[in-house]
Design a protein around this ligand. Structure first.
Ligand SMILES: NC(=O)c1ccc[n+]([C@@H]2O[C@H](COP(=O)([O-])OP(=O)(O)OC[C@H]3O[C@@H](n4cnc5c(N)ncnc54)[C@H](OP(=O)(O)O)[C@@H]3O)[C@@H](O)[C@H]2O)c1
Length: 293
């Protein structure tokens, strides 16, 4: 199996790059080799490689900046995945792609399921939803794995920001009324590895099975607020001694992009179809932060 990984410098892509190689021949393309903001570069690069599986971990992920760069966000997140999917069709490949809890508006008070209607409240969410739709339209074997609040020790994330700010400031005011599931990039990559292994054993590409294509929610279990997340980061980092955390409502921390107040995803489908049991976020973050020492 020839696996093409796009976005290996990102949080999820970096973890995938370390672990999916044992499932086949791994080929990676970074931004210099294939710039998703230049859609014309996508098809030729994929045709040359002739992969069996494309894993797209690349995305425009700057949620606030996207409000000022809607066209760029839409090209990278909405248009590029569609081109990948249509090229996958030409070479007979399957596509694994990641999407986001931010396709929902957050007005629910119960776990979001895959069949719930999306209604993004910001440019980033709209661009990711456009990418989902473009992939589905291509009618290939595909998996869209929606995840949320991704962190790792590498790259940019809330976890890294809080760790840094805690060394610079005495008090941090953190939003306490947005609820989601912090998800370790490693947990996403390990689950992807399991899923891809399963699909490969089921001869996913030769014997298309509709139950093995679709949207799947894939986050760590449990949920918290950004304040709860920050508290845990400082507790586990041993950096809570000097930094006080102060919980605030979203209204006291205006950002260019609106965010859903509640975006907890239900992982039942990925459990039922692929037998994936995601770790609780409190366990995952403990392992992640232990890793550094
Ligand atoms: N981060 C989150 O909280 C979050 C939440 C929900 C869902 N997701 C989804 O999960 C997936 C992985 O996210 P992540 O946090 O791992 O992302 P990330 O750390 O921000 O990494 C993004 C990756 O995309 C690449 N990229 C961006 N623009 C590109 C372009 N024009 N051409 C080629 N490559 C480009 C980056 O390359 P460079 O290194 O060259 O910039 C990097 O490898 C994405 O689909 C994202 O939408 C993320």
């Amino acid at each position: 199996m020839k696996i093409l990984l796009i976005g290996k410098t990102g949080q999820v892509g970096g973890e995938l790059n370390s672990i999916v190689g044992d499932l086949g021949t791994l080929i990676t393309l970074d931004r210099e080799q294939m710039d998703l903001s230049k859609p014309n570069s996508i098809e030729p690069a994929i045709l040359e490689i002739q992969p069996d599986i494309i894993i797209n971990a690349a995305a425009y992920t700057a949620v606030d900046k996207a409000e000022d760069e809607p066209e760029l966000a839409m090209t990278v997140n909405g248009v590029a995945p569609g081109i990948m999917a249509n090229t996958a069709k030409k070479v007979g490949a399957g596509l694994i792609h990641y999407s986001t809890d931010y396709v929902f508006d957050g007005h629910s008070d119960k776990l979001y399921r895959e069949e719930d209607s999306p209604c993004p409240v910001n440019v980033y969410g709209k661009s990711k939803l456009a990418g989902e739709k473009a992939i589905i339209e291509a009618k290939i074997p595909y998996l869209i794995l929606r995840t949320s609040w991704v962190y790792s020790l590498h790259g940019k994330s809330f976890l890294k920001t809080i760790k840094k700010l805690s060394t610079e400031k005495d008090t941090l005011r953190i939003v306490d009324d947005q609820i989601g599931s912090p998800t370790w990039a490693r947990s996403i990559a390990l689950a992807t590895h399991e899923i891809l292994g399963y699909c490969s054993r089921k001869e996913w590409l030769k014997k298309p099975d509709p139950s093995l294509s679709g949207i799947f929610h894939l986050t760590c279990q449990g949920n918290t607020s950004w304040y709860g997340f920050a508290k845990e980061i400082l507790k586990l980092s041993g950096e809570d001694l000097n930094t006080q955390l102060s919980p605030i409502p979203t209204s006291e921390y205006p950002t260019p992009a609106a965010r859903p107040l509640y975006s907890v995803l239900c992982n039942e489908k990925v459990k039922n179809i692929f037998d994936i049991e995601m770790p609780h976020w409190l366990n995952a973050i403990k392992i992640c932060l232990n890793e550094k020492s």
